[in-house]
Design a protein around this ligand. Structure first.
Ligand code: BG6
Length: 294
């Protein structure tokens, strides 16, 4: 652990040079480097002091995605995207496997439970839960997995999503594949439902779409005709594709530079259509493996 207070973070590196940095605030992965380059986009104005959710990296969205239902749901009092991304997590420890240089990996575990929530969050969602979030760095991949346990007497419902900001060089040269034939809700078009009828998605304006359920395991970000990232879902059926484009980027106080939207695309795997229900003692596990294909 380096740094102190709200800016404490955990840094892990592999003998072959790859690295990952995770802020305890939100258990937010803020850097993932491989092949000498950064794979994640982080705003130059991202708050890294615990004052607000991090703009960039991999914020963890739990127990609600987007604005919660207006009333009548247990999450209704929560802020957009819930409390996981704005809570301080506990670092549970690191485990390494050092086989051959090429196959070694390091796993970092983080925990958050109802008893360690802020008073505000606890009163807004008074349910007993335990989260373990595992971040595993391997030579060409980063795996991030959540384990959600119901530790209370009553059942609860939640949504979960990994709000990953992938770093790309030029959004106009990006195509996203692996979603052909999948239904999506287009939040830019009044939340209407559509079917993905083109094999690849090109981005030339604001995009905010929730795809799901997705039968394919892998979504690929292609740049300049070459595969750049594979995002492989594990026990998660949905994926949001988001780019704020010019106006929305400018309107976000913590999004910098203004032109930063050209160098990022959010591919956000999750379970966000409907709710995951956990009865007393039950556990849910889901996550992603991101592969850098450079
Ligand atoms: C995306 C949502 O996941 O997150 C967008 O689909 C939203 O609608 C975006 O604008 C950013 O949210 P926030 O709360 O980090 O500004």
């Amino acid at each position: 652990i380096t740094g102190s207070g709200a800016s404490s973070k955990v840094i892990a590196t592999l003998p072959s040079g790859e690295s990952v940095e995770v802020l305890l605030f939100g258990a937010t992965v803020i850097s993932w480097k491989s092949g000498g380059g950064e794979n994640l986009w982080l705003s130059e104005k991202a708050a890294l002091d615990g004052s607000k959710a991090v703009r960039g990296g991999v914020p963890v969205v739990f127990p609600v995605f987007g604005p919660p239902p207006k009333e009548g749901h247990a999450t209704s009092k929560l802020p957009q995207h819930g409390f996981a991304r704005t809570s301080r997590w506990e670092f549970l420890g690191k485990s390494t496997s050092e086989d051959a240089l090429d196959t070694s990996s390091v796993k970092l575990d983080f925990g958050l439970s109802s008893s360690s929530l802020s008073e505000d969050a606890r009163s807004q969602w008074p349910l007993d839960f335990g989260l373990i979030y595992s971040v595993t760095l391997s030579k060409d991949s980063l795996q991030t997995v959540i384990n959600v346990r119901n530790e209370g007497e009553t059942s609860f419902e939640f949504q979960f999503l990994l709000h990953t900001y992938l770093r790309i060089k030029d959004i106009t040269k990006v195509e996203i594949t692996g979603l052909l034939g999948v239904d999506y809700i287009d939040k830019v078009l009044n939340a209407t439902t559509h079917k993905q009828s083109e094999p690849s998605i090109k981005i030339s304006g604001e995009v905010d779409r929730v795809y799901g359920p997705i039968p394919q395991d892998t979504t690929t970000v292609v740049e300049d005709g070459k595969p750049r990232f594979d995002v492989v879902r594990d026990n998660l059926q949905d994926t949001t594709i988001w780019n704020p484009w010019t106006e929305k980027a400018k309107a976000m106080g913590d999004f910098a530079p203004d032109s930063g939207f050209k160098e990022m695309v959010c591919v956000e795997v999750g379970a966000v259509n409907g709710w995951q229900k956990l009865d007393k003692g039950e556990v849910f596990e889901g996550g992603q493996t991101m592969k850098s294909l450079l």
